[in-house]
Write a protein that binds this ligand. Structure first.
Ligand code: HEC
Ligand code: HEC
Length: 359
């Protein structure tokens, strides 16, 4: 009898000590994120990735971490129009929010990387965001006993470039955002979750404004494919003319590496969640407010030889424009607001509304 009890205790504690799967929350508006089969999330792996993400000692000068430019206070985006690398180089582009990056089929404004891991490896090069090549970053990790112990616990080996990338990417996959007032309205079928101004804005977004053509929502109401996923992107590349001046693009976008003239000035359709936290907007951070963005679309983007045929003057009235802006603000997740608040940003009035109307 005693032996059976002892055996039971041994088995039970062994099971408890084994890695438990990490469950990514599935908020309203999203499906399960794609987690690589050969690398299931565990709490230890995600914690290690998080620690690395926030650790500025990985950079050359010791002052830059991923979070310097992807700041949780600002929805894991950068309030500076263009980020500055650890080496002091002004980056070409605005750092996008990292919420829902686990759903991306390709990474960066121009989609030049296949996977999140590839992006991490690229951030570590002498001219890259972290100002230091990955071998030096890995040597620094190897000389830090705390990290060596953590990598051994998670990967059964010492730090390597691949493991560093795998851990950071795994943390990124846990950054999901849904549950916004819009999600409660559409997926939760709670008509009171949006104000009448916001529902008018949704109407403009999906009809007269033509926004849904590119900022796609998979729901039977809007898309014949149906489904329950609202990421507000078609994952395709379009030219709106942002940054076009004096007959040229400062940043040729996807053309820069595809060398396909039809992709000149094209950038990937960005997600539209948490916009209230992630200003400024567009690949070059050139628009400070959502009113500016809506005015830009209303006048038909910035005409240039490769302008997308879906971008043309919209003739919206001022009340339609105001409704559209109100709708865009309803795409903020209370969870993202809480993370921003805990990291030091003041909670905005619409956060209060989002939580109240959903009860
Ligand atoms: C110096 C500022 C800076 C630092 C540090 C930085 N990033 Fe970025 N990040 C950017 C900018 C700017 C872009 C957009 C670049 C582009 O599209 O060409 C970007 C893009 C990304 C993207 C693509 C998102 C999308 O929507 O396609 C991911 C993912 C990402 N960064 C993760 C990281 C991780 C992980 C780290 C740390 C290893 C990191 N970044 C460090 C500025 C930074
Ligand atoms: C032809 C496809 C297309 C249409 C139509 C479209 N968008 Fe966009 N949207 C994009 C692309 C591509 C970008 C990024 C462009 C860039 O930075 O050069 C973008 C950027 C944005 C941004 C900035 C997001 C950020 O994080 O920086 C907002 C906000 C936005 N669009 C809202 C709208 C609204 C509102 C409408 C309807 C009036 C609309 N879009 C119509 C493709 C489109």
């Amino acid at each position: 009898m005693k032996l059976a009890l002892l055996l039971f205790l041994v088995v039970a504690t062994t099971i408890a000590a084994m890695a438990q799967p990490f469950k990514v929350a599935r908020p309203l508006g999203l499906i399960e994120p794609d987690i690589p089969l050969d690398r299931p999330l565990t709490p230890e792996l995600v914690d290690l990735g998080k620690k690395l993400f926030f650790d500025s000692s990985l950079s050359r000068t010791g002052t830059t971490s991923c979070a310097t430019c992807h700041d949780p206070k600002f929805g894991y985006a950068d309030p500076r129009p263009r980020s500055i690398s650890d080496g002091g180089l002004i980056q070409d582009r605005n750092a996008p929010s990292l919420y829902n990056v686990g759903f991306l089929p390709s990474v960066m404004w121009d989609g030049r990387f296949r996977t999140l891991d590839d992006q991490v490896l690229d951030a570590f090069n002498d001219n890259g965001e972290m100002g230091r090549n990955v071998d030096d970053a890995v040597s620094a990790l190897k000389s830090n006993p705390e990290y060596v112990a953590l990598f051994r616990q998670v990967f059964n080996e010492d730090p390597t470039a691949e493991n560093l990338a795998a851990a950071v990417a795994s943390f990124e996959r846990t950054l999901v955002a849904g549950n916004s007032p819009f999600d409660y309205y559409l997926f939760g079928e709670n008509e009171r979750a949006l104000t009448s101004l916001e529902t008018t804005g949704l109407e403009v977004f999906s009809t007269k404004g033509g926004c849904l053509n590119c900022h796609d929502v998979f729901h039977p109401k809007f898309n014949t494919l149906g489904g329950g996923l609202a990421l507000f992107s078609d994952f395709r590349y379009h030219n709106l003319g942002v940054g076009y001046q004096w007959g040229r693009f400062r940043d040729p976008g996807r053309y820069e590496w595809s060398r396909d003239a039809s992709e000149w000035g094209e950038f990937r359709t960005p997600f539209l969640r948490n916009l209230t936290l992630t200003a400024p907007y567009m690949h070059d951070g050139s628009m400070a407010t959502l009113d500016e963005v809506v005015d830009f679309y209303n006048r038909g983007g910035n005409p240039n030889p490769n302008l997308s045929p879906s971008v043309h003057p919209l003739y919206l009235t001022s009340s339609e424009k105001a409704a559209l802006v109100a709708f865009l603000k309803s795409l903020t997740s209370p969870e993202a607001e809480t993370v921003a608040h805990d990291a030091g940003t003041l909670i905005r009035p619409w956060y209060q509304k989002a939580t109240k109307s959903n009860k």
